[in-house]
Design a protein around this ligand. Structure first.
Ligand SMILES: NC(=O)c1ccc[n+]([C@@H]2O[C@H](COP(=O)([O-])OP(=O)(O)OC[C@H]3O[C@@H](n4cnc5c(N)ncnc54)[C@H](OP(=O)(O)O)[C@@H]3O)[C@@H](O)[C@H]2O)c1
Length: 360
């Protein structure tokens, strides 16, 4: 499997490390050898493999590019964007690389430039694996139907709760199951700050601490105002519940001021959480109601114990009742794992490898 990678930051570097670590496992269990045909970034430029075979993950890790300026052995500098890189690898080997791994920064309003990268990859007959929420929240149906027409796959496990199985859990382990709703705590910054406030910590100090450990952005308002959770809940509603909504249609009832006021007023035995939810609602034009809101949860609510650093999603199903998945502290390694899981799924599906063979 030859991959091209758009974006090589925290997730990209962890993906390189994980791919290098898993070489023997991938070979033995799946007969899968993943090679990198090229990488592009924003400010740090990019590189393309000199040979059509590509660069082995161990060479990526050894070079530690772009922290270290030396390129991986066998690579040459490349100055175009991901669209140009797709073309370049196509010219190099006369067949396109197999997969675009799209891990450039998320633009939740336009999805760009990632959306154009994904469209171009599909048009060239490449699969797409992405951790980038923008293209999936804004154009999931369009990308899936273009991919189906071209006979390729678009997979995006890491767009929600890093690599925690959310999309794959539903796809592979809940057959014939109707998901009638979900409730989730899926924004790390809001959860960190609300948990701190509940413990009596100062708001500004809690925000500073969340920024210092890399959870919160310099401007945390997209998280506190519910935009990040709205984008994720859009993906969940559209993919797992067959809806067709945009992030702007998710009702948001959360902000810093309300957080402070609600935590201060919470009765004993209750906690305030930013809860993202989707329920079916035949009176809504879209057939569902999606919301990100501050909720007062009784202490025995299964989401009440999701403290700092954790995330959780609860599925309401007609087969398993309520099913809750909890993620411990998220990290780029987990996100890289979600990408690896998607690459393996694509390999298995495109080679027709049955599940039992993959587990042998
Ligand atoms: N961090 C996580 O655990 C996590 C979890 C879930 C989802 N995600 C998603 O995964 C993606 C990557 O996250 P990250 O933490 O790795 O971000 P990051 O550390 O900020 O890295 C972003 C990378 O994208 C590059 N880039 C910027 N503009 C680009 C462009 N126009 N075309 C191609 N590459 C471009 C950057 O290059 P320069 O530095 O050279 O500008 C950098 O290499 C994001 O969409 C994020 O939302 C991340």
């Amino acid at each position: 499997m030859r991959v091209v990678i758009a974006g090589y930051g925290n997730v990209g570097r962890e993906l390189g490390i994980l791919l290098a670590e898993k070489v023997p496992d991938l070979r033995q269990r799946y007969g899968l050898e993943i090679m990198v045909a090229g990488v592009v970034t924003g400010r740090h430029g990019g590189w393309v493999a000199r040979s059509a075979t590509g660069i082995a993950p161990a060479a990526l890790v050894a070079a530690d590019w772009p922290s270290n300026q030396a390129l991986p052995e066998g690579a040459e500098p490349f100055s175009g964007d991901a669209l140009a890189l797709i073309q370049a690898t196509l010219l190099q080997s006369s067949v396109p690389a197999d997969v675009l791994i799209e891990i450039s920064p998320t633009n939740p309003r336009t999805g760009e430039p990632a959306l154009s990268y994904c469209r171009a990859a599909i048009a060239h007959g490449m699969h797409v694996v992405t951790a980038n929420k923008g293209p999936i929240a804004l154009a999931h149906r369009e990308l899936q139907s273009a991919a189906a027409a071209r006979g390729v796959k678009v997979r995006f496990e890491s767009t929600v709760m890093d690599g925690t199985p959310v999309i794959n859990l539903s796809e592979f382990t809940l057959p014939a199951t109707e998901i009638s709703g979900i409730r989730a705590i899926i924004n790390a910054t809001s959860n960190y700050i609300l948990s701190g406030l509940t413990l009596g910590q100062d708001f500004a100090e809690t925000v500073r601490r969340a920024q210092a450990i890399g959870i919160a952005e310099a401007d945390p308002s997209l998280d506190l105002d519910g935009w990040d959770a709205a984008v994720k809940v859009t993906i969940i509603a559209n993919v797992l519940m067959g809806a067709a909504i945009l992030p702007s249609e998710v009702v948001r009832e959360t902000d810093a001021e309300r957080m402070r006021a609600m935590v201060a007023a919470a009765p004993a035995g209750h906690v305030i959480k930013q809860v993202a939810s989707v329920v079916r609602d035949s009176s809504a034009a879209s057939g569902i109601r999606a919301r990100v809101a501050l909720e007062e949860l009784a202490i025995d609510d299964s989401l009440a114990s999701i403290g700092q650093g954790k995330a959780a999603i609860q599925f309401h199903t007609d087969t398993m009742g309520d099913l809750t998945v909890i993620e411990g502290p998220g990290s780029p390694r987990q996100t890289a794992f979600g990408i690896l899981a998607d690459l393996i799924t694509i390999h298995r599906q495109s080679t027709g490898m049955p599940e039992k063979e993959a587990q042998a």
